[in-house]
Design a protein around this ligand. Structure first.
Ligand code: SF4
Length: 509
């Protein structure tokens, strides 16, 4: 096996790395570390700024990824994108070999655990995705790399290519870009809703078939599949030179596809002339690999067009329901191109709006909320002062207080300050004992929020009257500390008028 250290990579690759990791910054599926640190005597490890980002595994573990574009030489002209053809910026394109060498070199140096590879559209979608496939094939079959790989797919790519890549990648994502078809038409007219959703549907259905084939019950389809390390090695038990033969086959299929000379943006139909690509697809299907085992995700830019949060949350719900997405990412719009069709962002991106959308998204994915419960057409934007769960609770005070000793799981999840884990802990603990408020705190319940919405064995935590004004005032942060008999900590918060019954607060005495 070829050994390549970072130091043996040419400066040319590092120049490309600088350009193509910066160009990947606007993809929010992960965030760049931006740290450069050399190894030192007496210490272990080092860090590089170029293109290292972090993602989180299904178990919450932080994974470092090499986050790069294959190319920023894009033939499309999406108004919001720094890489669009009409922008005058330094351009670069990796070769598949270079992507593979960088990934493996960084991996061997312990800089990264995986690869996040996106791209502009070089020549046309099929040419670009062929190059990405070739890089992936080298990484998996020449270097037998078993780590995590996330690939962004490009609209209008041939379905054969999409499937081939899906057998080698852990996660695939197709960016929706803008929440509605109208927004897309206005700012990215070379893309269409159909060209983005078609590969998403293809990945969903192929993944479903693969999971069924492996006997995974429907209820576990949304859980990332843990593919044993040996499986990837066993995909193709290749002797050292077989990787080269496979590579020749990849190149053969690439030439076959390229010979069709597709104009940019057109979808190539699978024809008999694609024999090499189809033969290869057959080989991939019959291997032990799993199809996109970590599922698929997408990203929406928020604030470049005029969609409300109501529309965005409903689009996200529909994506989860109809395409089995693992994640929808939201990216607050930053005006980097100055195009006259774009809004100005003098105060920077709307990070609070992005944050509220992520909170609403959590309610959809983990808390059994429906989009219509989170947001209504009458109030089409999320409350910036309260998180969406507290906002829902404040609008449904008639459903509170909830008795934690007897409420079911679904109802427990509705309590502000109670998360998925803490709801499960309540269910487990109350099988054997009566719960006390001090137990709830130990279970991770955020009592400073939850205390207005619960009773425990029939009692509220404090003798509180459930007045909406009182709860709202306290939720908005006027009193953030718990009473010392619960926290066990000394009380040093500023006294509030509401805390002292003698001053005429709202305590029931
Ligand atoms: S296709 Fe559009 S969004 Fe993607 S890199 Fe090209 S210009 Fe940017």
């Amino acid at each position: 096996m070829k050994t390549t250290a970072v130091s043996t990579l040419s400066m040319d690759i590092f120049k490309k790395l600088e350009i193509l990791s910066n160009a990947a910054n606007y993809d929010v599926a992960c965030t760049s570390s931006g740290v450069q640190r050399n190894g030192q005597n007496g210490s272990m490890g080092n860090a590089v700024a170029g293109g290292i980002c972090h993602s989180f595994g299904a178990d919450g573990r932080c994974i470092s990824l090499l986050k790069i574009l294959y190319t920023n030489e894009c033939v499309y002209d999406c108004k919001y994108c720094v890489n669009r053809i009409s922008n005058d910026i330094p351009r670069a394109t990796f070769t598949p070999e270079e992507i593979a060498e960088l990934t493996i070199s960084f991996y061997r140096r312990n800089y990264i655990e995986g690869l996040f590879l996106s791209s502009g559209i070089n020549k046309n979608p099929n040419h670009t995705m062929e190059q990405i496939y070739e890089a992936l094939y080298i990484i998996r079959h020449r270097y037998h790399f078993n780590g995590y790989i996330h690939i962004k797919s490009i609209p209008n790519t041939d379905p054969v290519l999409i499937e081939k890549i899906g057998w080698l990648a852990d996660r695939m994502s197709a960016n929706l870009e803008l929440p509605t078809a109208d927004g897309l038409k206005k700012l990215a007219p070379q893309k269409s809703r159909k060209s983005i959703l078609t590969p998403m549907k293809q990945v969903q259905l192929t993944r479903k078939k693969d999971l069924n084939f492996h006997g995974v019950p429907e209820s576990q389809h949304m859980i990332p599949q843990n593919v044993p390390a040996l499986d990837i090695a066993a995909r193709q038990p290749l002797p050292d030179n077989t990787g080269e033969n496979c590579l020749a086959s990849v190149r053969g299929s690439h030439n076959a596809l390229a010979a069709n000379k597709q104009p940019p943006g057109t979808r190539m139909e699978t024809t008999p002339s694609d024999t090499a690509a189809l033969a290869e697809l057959k080989m991939l299907r019959s291997s032990n690999s799993r199809f996109v085992p970590a599922g698929q995700s997408t990203q929406m830019i928020i604030g470049a067009t005029e969609e409300t949060d109501y529309e965005i949350v409903h689009v996200a719900e529909s994506l989860y329901q109809n395409f089995d997405l693992k994640r929808v990412f939201y990216s607050a719009f930053i005006n980097t191109t100055g195009d006259p069709l774009l809004p100005l962002t003098p105060d920077g991106p709307h990070m609070l709006r992005e944050h509220r959308l992520y909170q609403a998204d959590f309610l959809l994915r983990f808390y059994q909320f429906k989009a219509n419960e989170i947001i209504t057409a009458d109030h089409p934007n999320l409350n910036v002062r309260l998180d969406p769960k507290c906002n829902w609770a404040m609008n449904h005070l008639e459903q509170f207080p909830i008795e934690v000793q007897s409420a079911n799981y679904h109802t427990l999840l509705r309590i502000p300050g109670v998360g998925v884990k803490s709801a499960k802990r309540i269910l487990a603990a109350r099988r054997t004992a009566k719960l006390q408020f001090s137990d709830l705190k130990k279970m991770g319940i955020v009592l400073k929020r939850a205390m207005y919405f619960i009773t425990c064995n029939g009692s509220t935590m404090l003798p509180l009257k459930m007045s909406p004004g009182f709860i709202l005032t306290n939720l908005l942060g006027l009193r953030e500390k718990l009473p010392d008999f619960i926290s066990g900590e000394p009380v040093y918060q500023q006294l509030s008028l509401l805390d002292d019954p003698k001053i005429g607060g709202e305590f029931i005495v």
